[in-house]
Design a protein around this ligand. Structure first.
Ligand code: NIG
Ligand code: FE
Length: 399
């Protein structure tokens, strides 16, 4: 048969376990047909193709996956950055009614057009670096109408840009101004917001902020139970500022991922492994908050818990629209190897989103591909703003 496209004279970083770092296959070829990877292997054995591309020894990787973002929000928090530089902490700012709440006010006041335009700028930056799949959370609306609006806008944004999207309902992000009691707001999420998002088909997963400034494990458990009853997978912002054993709770619900996890304790790591939950590292937030407690990387490694890396792009703790920078930060700040960072933004990120068709170069996978003029895949994590993909394909179509 003749396939649609063969890329030859190419080094493949497959992100699969083939015994080589990065799952590399050097001096190879890869065939694409009907939007999928059809074949890969020694270039002499490549099938005939309608279009043959000589990659001249460049590297081909899976499209990058940013598996944790809060991409859609109004305004910014540059003024809070000024306070923080004068010594006020993130928690103190939150307790003063700043933090997430100030972004909720700005988001509610913004028009759909303004929210989309601001998010487009951030998405452009991510896409230019090779992001082809993204997760976007709600969480700055905090009412039924506003949370659903954010999820709808996320779908609109992704559709207009040809990126794969996973939406996550994060209604349990903070207490909205209309409520004075966290339990009452959780009642509202469980009875109204969650079912509405699920029935509208707007939420692919459900997230919580399990933290002193967020919600207690008991409150998060109620949200997870409601999500599970609706057939939606769960994940959590857990162990970011303190240890409340939110990770064990996520694992008890067979959750997709535990995110942040600076304060994760070893006893809970085995539960993640058993549940098949991915550990999502968010070094941009660690960096921006000048956190000093590092996630237990070595223990996660030893337990064989897959580690993903994401931007956490948000106005409060991670004003950063660069996944490659997050990969660098995961190496420099958390001690990941460049290979671990690469796997973290490809195959493990796919796992954190339940996207089994993405994140690796293998026959049958979606042909989301990036071509890089680099000598080694380590260059993706090595520098800051040094490399960009030269070409990109999504589902086999060049963009
Ligand atoms: O991922 N931790 C909770 N949510 C965000 C921060 C949100 C904000 O400060 O606006 C995070 O760090
Ligand atoms: Fe986050």
């Amino acid at each position: 048969m003749t396939v649609d496209l063969v890329i030859t004279n190419v080094n493949l970083a497959t992100a699969t376990e083939n015994g080589q770092p990065y799952g590399a296959i050097e001096d190879a070829a890869l065939a694409v047909h009907k939007g999928k990877i059809h074949w890969l292997g020694p270039k002499a054995q490549a099938p005939t193709a309608t279009l043959l591309l000589d990659a001249k020894n460049a590297w081909l990787t899976p499209g990058l996956i940013d598996c944790h973002t809060h991409l859609i929000f109004g305004g910014n928090r540059a003024h809070e950055f000024e306070w923080r530089q004068q010594g006020v902490s993130y928690t103190e700012i939150a307790n003063r009614g700043g933090g997430i709440k100030s972004t909720v006010t700005a988001t509610r006041a913004a028009s759909d057009e303004a929210l989309l335009a601001a998010a487009q700028t951030r998405l452009d930056a991510l896409m230019a670096e090779g992001v082809t799949s993204i997760e976007i959370k709600s969480g700055y609306g905090l009412s039924l109408e506003q949370e659903l609006r954010l999820l709808r806008l996320a779908r609109e944004l992704a559709q207009a840009n040809g990126v794969t999207l996973c939406t996550t309902l994060l209604a349990a992000h903070a207490l909205p101004p209309e409520f004075h009691c966290k339990d009452a707001y959780i009642d509202h999420i469980v009875a109204d917001i969650l079912p509405a998002a699920a029935h509208a088909g707007l939420a692919d997963a459900v997230d919580v902020f399990c933290e002193g400034v967020g919600f207690t494990p008991a409150q998060c458990e109620r949200v997870f139970a409601a999500a599970k009853a609706l057939g939606l997978p769960v994940k959590g912002h857990v162990e970011q500022l303190s240890n409340l054993h939110g990770s064990a709770l996520v694992a008890a619900f067979d959750g997709l991922s535990v995110d942040h996890i600076e304060y994760l304790v070893e006893a809970d790591i085995a539960r993640l492994k058993t549940a098949g939950t991915t550990a999502v590292l968010l070094p941009a937030a660690f960096y921006f908050l000048r956190e000093t407690q590092r996630p237990p990387i070595q223990a996660l490694r030893e337990a064989g818990v897959p580690m993903a890396v994401a931007t956490d792009c948000n106005p409060g703790t991670a004003p950063q629209a660069s996944l490659l920078t997050a990969m660098n930060q995961a190496c420099v700040l958390f001690g990941l190897t460049p290979e671990e960072s690469f796997l973290g933004a490809t195959t493990h990120a796919a796992r954190a989103l339940g996207l089994s068709q993405k994140g690796t170069l293998a026959p049958g996978q979606d042909a989301d591909l990036l071509l890089w003029h680099i000598q080694s895949p380590a260059e993706l994590s090595y520098g800051i703003n040094l490399v960009k993909p030269a070409r990109r394909w999504v589902a086999g179509a060049e963009q």
